[in-house]
Design a protein around this ligand. Structure first.
Ligand SMILES: [Zn+2]
Length: 230
């Protein structure tokens, strides 16, 4: 076989394998399984003194588009709109923000539609919140924190887990230099009761630091904030 033909064959084989592995094969990756014990979650949600959240508010700050198969392997190449959301749990104990969206510059870089008034409301909500958590460190979830004009002021309320910060440089949230020097990340195993009615659940998979958030409202309605699940 001619040498160039060999190179082409090897490249084609490699490319097809990667293409199949990431875009067509929808099987679960080894090590990404976890169990959620709903009984324990409910106990933890009720283990913290105080009142549970009364309401969940949501803002859509941007919307981007990509191939469906990038969200769920094997689901085809149709265009899928993906909203960038910020959630606020209104609570008598102080509001909790889940995910912070991203700013206009980051949205533009992702060719996303951007909704200025919604973003401004969420930036204000971050300032007023009691606690801020993210489902994971991708920029469409942490960008609103990174670009907040009073970052130093809101940082003590931002509860990033150890796993969300101890990640390879390429996927580490890009905080301005030195900002995290004396920052103490949250450390917990499996579950962490954050506030009355709110429990963090460690769910590595989409990123090593991914977590879900279980919420039980005063009405006893239950919600699970998934973040991105791949
Ligand atoms: Zn993500």
């Amino acid at each position: 076989m001619k040498r160039w033909l060999k190179y082409v064959s090897v490249f084609t084989l490699l490319f097809s394998s990667i293409f199949y592995w990431y875009l067509l094969d929808g099987r679960l990756t080894n090590g990404a399984e976890f169990e959620i014990d709903i009984t324990q979650l409910r106990q933890l949600a009720n283990s913290v003194a105080g009142e549970k959240p009364s309401e969940i508010q949501v803002e859509k700050v941007a919307q981007f588009y990509f191939f469906s198969t990038l969200a769920m392997a094997g689901s085809g190449f149709k265009t899928l709109p993906m909203g960038v959301y910020v959630f606020r749990l209104r609570s008598p104990e102080g509001d909790i923000i889940i995910d912070s969206g991203y700013d206009q510059a980051m949205a533009t870089a992702s060719h996303a539609d951007f909704f200025v008034p919604a973003y401004e409301r969420t930036q204000q909500a971050l300032s007023q919140a009691n606690k801020i958590v993210i489902t994971h460190g991708h920029k469409d979830h942490i960008g609103g924190i990174l670009r907040h004009k009073n970052l130093a002021e809101i940082l003590p309320k931002v509860m990033l887990s150890k796993e969300q910060l101890d990640v390879p440089e390429s996927i580490r949230p890009r905080f301005p230099q030195g900002v995290l020097e004396s920052y103490k990340p949250l450390r917990y195993e499996n579950y962490h009761a954050l506030q009355a009615g709110v429990v963090l659940i460690k769910t590595p998979g989409h990123t090593p630091g991914s977590q879900m958030i279980y919420v039980q409202l005063q009405t006893n309605e239950e919600f699970l904030f998934l973040g991105d699940v791949a």
